[in-house]
Design a protein around this ligand. Structure first.
Ligand code: HEM
Length: 419
């Protein structure tokens, strides 16, 4: 079914439903993720793929990634050995800082407030609001207070980002780029395109804000959820933790810093991340799609405008597709060509087809580097009295299905010279 929707009838299902939250927050859906299919979406998606999240940009953000990873390691190193540390919380900060610095060039003073509000906004974008599902009940948006709540949140983030954009514009007038490491940040890139003026749909401040919100809502929690689940699954399965650690420590033996090119060598770590994406896909229901025309699927007539949700989580745990489907077995991918590029319909953590996630490389780069560092620099164990079998694996509700409980661990710094 997923294959029919996302491949055979990709074009017919290439739109997104208009949700109240996406209309308000994304300036009438002028972002990429919630924009209905059409020429405007094509233009903005192309900009996103070629100019914003291109391989070149992902590489140019490498120094931000390295710097934030260093701060992450320093944080754990400076905490008292023997103390139980909230790993989940620090990982969440890590991904927020990366996205903030890549988008805005710096960590700005309202950042915490901005991220907090963006998290509330993200939770409203799942498409399960009753009034979004049954358009004839739209009045419920007002009665339930939902509309007022979204407008309030939107106003907050709008003011913050409008100021950031205006600041960037001022700097560009005096010839200063805003990327803290001398290069452009994402807002600089979009402002440059705005100035170029040869686009079919000229870019406005609101369009830039909509795209920036996409990066935040799509890029922060998804990434931190993967890192967090990976740490949890490794702590639960110590043989996997030790094997991953041995691989990283061998690959980086005697090296001062972790060059991102060396991350490519970490085959086992990549298998672990794949298995996390199968068991804990950060967008378990992808993003909702909307059908643009009448389509027949498996003998059912799907009317135009039908909203469609692909349950990636269930597909990834279906025993018809996977041997011992509920168990964490990273080796299952070792001899397998199944990948997450959207061509294997039993494994769709990034979606598929025209609307497939454009942030795969950026997202995964932000996963591999911190994980490799955490594995290299520390040995990890659960606080006294807690067994790995005690770990609660319940997922919380919410768009990215993070684990309900935070992960608390005790670290011991690794001393390579003693190895
Ligand atoms: C690393 C974890 C990530 C996962 C698991 C993930 C997953 C997804 C999924 C499932 C979709 C929907 C695809 C579809 O409908 O077929 C999506 C769309 C999208 N993602 Fe990601 N994503 C991740 C990271 C990122 C990052 C880091 C960014 C950018 C900073 C990003 C930007 C987007 C955008 C803009 C869309 C909308 C694409 C469109 O509608 O054309 N994602 N993502």
């Amino acid at each position: 079914m997923a294959k029919q929707v996302l491949k055979t009838h990709d074009l017919a299902f290439a739109s997104r439903p208009r949700l109240l939250a996406s209309e308000i927050v994304f300036y009438n859906c002028t972002d990429i993720a919630f924009c209905p299919y059409g020429d405007y979406w094509r233009q903005m998606r192309k900009i996103c793929v070629l100019k914003v999240l291109s391989g070149k940009n992902v590489r140019s953000f490498s120094s931000i990634r390295q710097d934030e990873t260093l701060r992450l390691v320093e944080f754990f190193r400076s905490s008292y050995t023997g103390e139980s540390i909230n790993v989940t919380k620090r990982i969440s900060l890590f991904t927020s800082f990366i996205i903030c610095r890549s988008a805005f060039g710096t960590i700005f003073k309202e950042q915490d407030e901005f991220i907090r509000v963006m998290k509330s906004v993200t939770s409203l974008l799942e498409g399960f609001n009753v009034a979004d599902i049954f358009p004839s009940l739209k009045f419920l948006h007002v009665l339930s207070g939902m509309k007022g709540k979204i407008m309030y949140l939107h106003h907050k983030v709008d003011t913050i980002v409008e100021n950031v954009i205006n600041e960037h514009k001022k700097n560009l007038v005096i010839g200063k780029t805003n990327g803290e490491l001398g290069g452009e940040d994402l807002i600089d890139v979009l402002l440059r395109l705005m100035e170029d003026g040869d686009l079919q749909f000229p870019i406005t401040n609101d369009n830039i804000k909509a795209i920036v919100y996409d990066m935040f809502s799509a890029g922060i929690e998804t990434t931190s959820t993967i890192i967090d689940w990976a740490m949890v699954e490794m702590i639960k399965n110590s043989s996997i933790l030790f094997k991953a650690q041995a691989e990283v420590r061998e690959a980086f033996r005697g090296k001062e810093t972790f060059d991102e090119n060396n991350i490519e060598e970490l085959k086992y770590l990549k298998l672990i991340v794949k298995e996390i994406l199968r068991l804990h896909p950060p967008l378990p229901l992808m993003l909702p799609r909307e059908c643009r025309e009448v389509v027949d699927i498996d003998g059912y007539t799907i009317p135009s405008k039908t909203k469609l949700i692909v349950n990636v989580w269930a597909i990834g745990r279906d025993p018809k597709n996977w041997d011992d489907a509920e168990s964490f077995k990273s080796e299952r991918f070792e001899q397998s060509s199944v990948d997450f590029a959207g061509n294997n319909f039993e494994f769709l953590p990034f979606g598929s087809g025209r609307r497939i996630c454009p942030g795969i490389s950026f997202g995964l780069a932000n996963v591999y580097l911190p994980l490799a560092n955490l594995l290299y620099h520390f040995d990890w164990k659960l606080p006294p009295g807690i067994k790995s079998s005690d770990l609660d694996m319940t997922e919380s509700d919410g768009a990215s299905c993070p684990r309900k409980s935070n992960l608390h661990l005790i670290k011991t710094p690794y001393q390579p010279s003693q190895a």
